[in-house]
Design a protein. Structure first.
Length: 350
């Protein structure tokens, strides 16, 4: 066995160990201090740069415009589906009148069915007025109406058209209602994000905001002198411009086309409607369906397309346009500069 160190020796060893431990703790503390000083407060989130905020808001504004036009397309589809449903109901009324006019012939078929022991099922089918049931039992009808096959074929064909139209209208309406709900949810989320970004941009100068999106604060400056039209209204284009001037100050609202509020394509459509010219509702259709004009030959009344034609405004001359910009803003006269100039895709003339 080895000799145990004396008490004094153990105390000297303990004191040395304590000094070394204290030195290590001090060094570690200093190192941690250096790390904290270099990295900032623990858990701090780096603030975005001005350019990052600008890029993010521009992306959100573009996406918002796309959703707005998608919303307009859905509205058109819903209107179309409602018209189809009305047409189907009108057709059903005609088919019912035709069915009643054939009651005498049907009575003869029913009498024959009674003699063959099939009266119950056939009579129920013919008096139900259910087009789908008639299709399901059409083979029996054709068998029982060999002497009236042309007439019965016509009746069965009408029932098939009626059933198909009803099913198509129901599917379209269900899908469109679901899409409305989806778009409403997306718009709510986008509005929240845009609000957050605008809170940051409010700290920037107008010059720093010019690349972020449409609008006087982000599109190159609003106003442009007079906001009241005092020019002639002898042409349709002049009438459209005069109408656009009269809407200045009215709020932007998703899917709105007047008279109290507008989105971008709703404003251009309403302006030309006031001049007696019907143009498409959706910005993409306006820019693709109307005659294109060179940007070097712009005239008041021309429609300008921006950001992939997801946004439109009406040119009013002097390098200015009237625009319904984004949610939270109003219809305004803005310069064709800044965001508008850098995102200009083309022009059309109704």
């Amino acid at each position: 066995m080895g000799t145990r160190p004396s008490v004094g020796t153990r105390l000297r060893l303990s004191s040395g160990a304590l000094r070394r431990c204290a030195a290590a703790i001090t060094a570690g503390t200093l190192a941690i201090g250096v790390v904290i000083s270099a990295g900032g407060p623990a858990g701090a989130v780096p603030q975005p740069t001005i350019s990052q905020v600008q890029a993010r808001l521009q992306k959100l504004n573009t996406r918002s415009a796309e959703l707005d036009q998608h919303y307009n397309q859905v509205q058109q589809e819903l209107t179309s589906a409602s018209r189809r449903l009305k047409l189907v109901n009108s057709e059903a009324t005609r088919y019912l009148a035709r069915f009643r006019s054939m009651r005498t012939a049907i009575a003869r078929i029913a009498a024959l069915a009674y003699e063959n022991g099939n009266m119950t099922s056939v009579a129920a089918m013919l008096t139900s007025g259910n087009a789908q049931q008639i299709l399901d039992q059409s083979s029996i009808l054709l068998e029982l109406s060999s002497n009236n096959s042309a007439e019965m074929n016509q009746f069965i064909s009408a029932a098939r058209q009626l059933t198909g139209a009803q099913q198509a209208a129901r599917r379209a309406k269900t899908a469109i209602v679901a899409l409305h709900s989806s778009l409403a949810s997306q718009k709510k989320s986008l509005d929240k994000l845009i609000g957050q970004q605008k809170a940051l941009l409010a700290q920037l100068t107008p010059a720093q905001q010019q690349t972020t999106g449409p609008g006087g604060t982000g599109g190159g400056g609003g106003g442009g002198g007079t906001t009241h039209y005092k020019g002639p209204t002898g042409t349709q284009a002049q009438t459209a411009v005069a109408f656009a001037y009269a809407q200045i100050g009215k709020p932007y609202v998703y899917g709105a086309a007047g008279p109290g509020s507008y989105d971008c394509s709703g404003l251009t459509m309403a302006a030309w409607a006031a001049a007696g010219v019907s143009i498409p509702r959706v910005s993409y259709d306006q820019m693709s369906g109307l005659p294109a004009v060179p940007l070097s030959n712009l005239q008041p009344g021309d429609i300008l397309g921006f950001a992939g034609n997801s946004h439109v405004g009406i040119y009013v001359g002097g390098n200015y346009l009237i625009d319904a910009p984004i949610p939270g803003m109003t219809v305004e006269k803005v310069a064709l500069s800044g965001w508008y100039q850098s995102n200009l895709d083309g022009a059309v003339r109704p």
